[in-house]
Design a protein around this ligand. Structure first.
Ligand code: AMP
Length: 289
């Protein structure tokens, strides 16, 4: 596996591989787990060259403490990437990704930027779009792999790709959420949880599934389901619930007074042991999400 940290090294590497066929790209912030590795494996199946980036993107953090505490373990990451046969890992410094004179873009993302994660993390999605856009410029991948664990991020990047007119040169591939054997969505942030909190955190997926069942069986209205799920999460060890919401196919929030009451996505964010976790489920989607 090639280990690259500068833009020049990256450009020479790309020169050697671009005639071999498709390049698949998996952006990450490291502290890799099976969820990330599954994205790499999917790219390995589809593409001739798989490149993974490991970069903790400061501008997408709205909380300094969260950025400082974000788990980092680059040696272990390199080992895992080698084991799954990743062809190249790009581990740039801040200056390589965003040089001092870099002109950050402001993306016109519309309403999606300000709801759910965007409401609780103002500026987060502009930070995400800037870094992904920058990596697309540097790597020029044919395929970009994202996990639906971060469903809103998938939708936001889809919008950015559309705004930048990157399609069809860059194809987006959304991959299912990887979970542990009990159902907890894998996340780098789980490393900061005690075993007790990891067990308690299962209530998130349990409530997402319960909400989905109640919607499918039409047994309760949305506001009642939401109140039940939030209360149950809070009584099962979570300190706070930022949101437990429903969104339609256009990613607009849905409640009992909406004109459109056909939720397609159920999304939640909640904090346990000071660690903020997110998860979601898709109605009418039968795999592990
Ligand atoms: P991160 O390192 O958290 O920025 O994530 C990098 C990529 O891995 C993003 O596309 C995430 O959505 C994806 N990812 C993170 N956790 C999971 C998971 N449990 N299952 C599937 N994809 C994931």
């Amino acid at each position: 596996m090639q280990i690259i940290s500068t833009a020049n090294e990256l450009a020479s590497y790309l020169n050697t591989v671009k005639n071999n066929g498709n390049i698949g790209f998996v952006p990450t912030m490291g502290a890799l787990h099976e969820g990330h590795l599954n994205l790499i494996r999917t790219s390995k199946q589809n593409d001739d060259t798989t490149i993974c980036s490991v970069f903790v993107n400061k501008i997408q953090f709205t909380n300094e403490d969260d950025f400082i505490k974000y788990p980092r373990n680059i040696e272990q990451d390199i080992k895992l990437l080698e084991q799954v046969g990743c062809d190249c890992v790009f581990i740039p410094t801040q200056e390589v990704v965003f040089p001092i004179d870099y002109k950050y873009e402001i993306f016109n993302l519309g309403k999606i930027e300000h709801i759910l994660e965007g409401l609780y993390r103002p500026g987060h999605f502009q930070g995400v779009c800037n870094v992904v856009n920058r990596f697309i410029e540097l790597i020029q991948p044919n395929k970009l792999y994202l996990g639906i664990k971060d469903l809103q991020q998938c939708k936001v990047i889809e919008k950015m790709i559309h705004l930048k007119k990157y399609e069809p040169a860059v194809e987006l591939i959304f991959c299912a959420t990887s979970r542990n054997e009990k159902g907890l969505a894998l996340s780098s942030r789980n490393k900061r949880l005690s075993n007790d909190a990891k067990n308690k955190a299962l209530i998130l997926i349990e409530m997402l599934k319960s909400a989905k069942e109640q919607i499918l069986s039409k047994s309760s209205n949305l506001d009642t389901i939401k109140q039940f799920c939030i209360t149950t999460i809070l009584t099962n060890g979570f300190e706070s619930v930022d949101y437990f919401e429903f969104a339609d196919q256009h990613f607009e929030l849905v409640n009992d007074s909406s004109t459109n009451q056909n939720p397609v996505y159920i999304l939640t964010a909640a904090t346990i042991e000071g660690v903020r976790l997110i998860d979601n489920i898709i109605i009418g989607y039968e795999t592990n999400s």
